[in-house]
Design a protein around this ligand. Structure first.
Ligand SMILES: [Zn+2]
Length: 183
């Protein structure tokens, strides 16, 4: 399986093009066929499986990989864009009807499961809200600290429990809602 996928992809992550730590990812719902799997790097895989918080900057790679001719790659790109609510790119994407059906099969399930995002006081946060950061937060990857007291306006939701996205120091980052207070 892995060898077939390496041949198909040319030995790179089919989402971001990375060449290290490549693994096979079955695109659910899958019956284990090669055509239902993609070759991904560990960084992509961990984020797809929500083992680590989503890094929006990493997923700029979808600008390219969304145009893949491999249906399984299209499905994953589509689902990740949906998770990030990136309507611009979703609007440009074209999926064959049966591929779209495959892509939506799991999204519906995820949406049903998604729970409201709560701030430190237990208030529900919604897209467009403003929040204050209640604790200095080191922003990994961006190289700065989001200071306590910073107001983040017009937040976005990424569909992951306990997370929101917002612009701090001019950079769009993911913040944990437990360190935020609704303004
Ligand atoms: Zn990757």
């Amino acid at each position: 399986m892995k060898k077939t996928l390496i041949d198909r992809s040319g030995g790179v992550c089919e989402l971001c093009g990375a060449t290290e730590n490549l693994e096979v990812l079955e695109v659910e719902p899958s019956s284990g066929k090669v055509s239902q799997s993609i070759l991904v790097c560990n960084t992509c895989k961990e984020q797809i499986q929500k083992n680590i918080p989503m890094d929006i900057n990493h997923w700029r790679c979808l600008n390219d990989s969304m145009w893949s001719v491999v249906p399984a790659v299209q499905v994953v790109a589509y689902r990740m864009l949906k998770r990030m609510d990136n309507q611009d790119l979703l609007g440009m994407m074209y999926l064959e009807p049966e591929v779209l059906e495959w892509a939506d099969a799991v999204i519906d399930e995820e949406q049903e499961k998604s729970k409201p995002v709560k701030d430190s006081n237990g208030s529900t946060l919604e897209a467009g809200d403003s929040v204050t950061i209640i604790k200095d937060l080191e922003v990994k990857g961006a190289g700065f600290t989001a200071k306590r007291g910073t107001v983040v306006k017009n937040i976005g939701l990424n569909g992951i429990e306990g997370q929101i996205e917002g612009r701090v120091n001019g950079t769009r980052i993911v913040l944990l809602s437990k360190f935020l207070k609704k303004v």
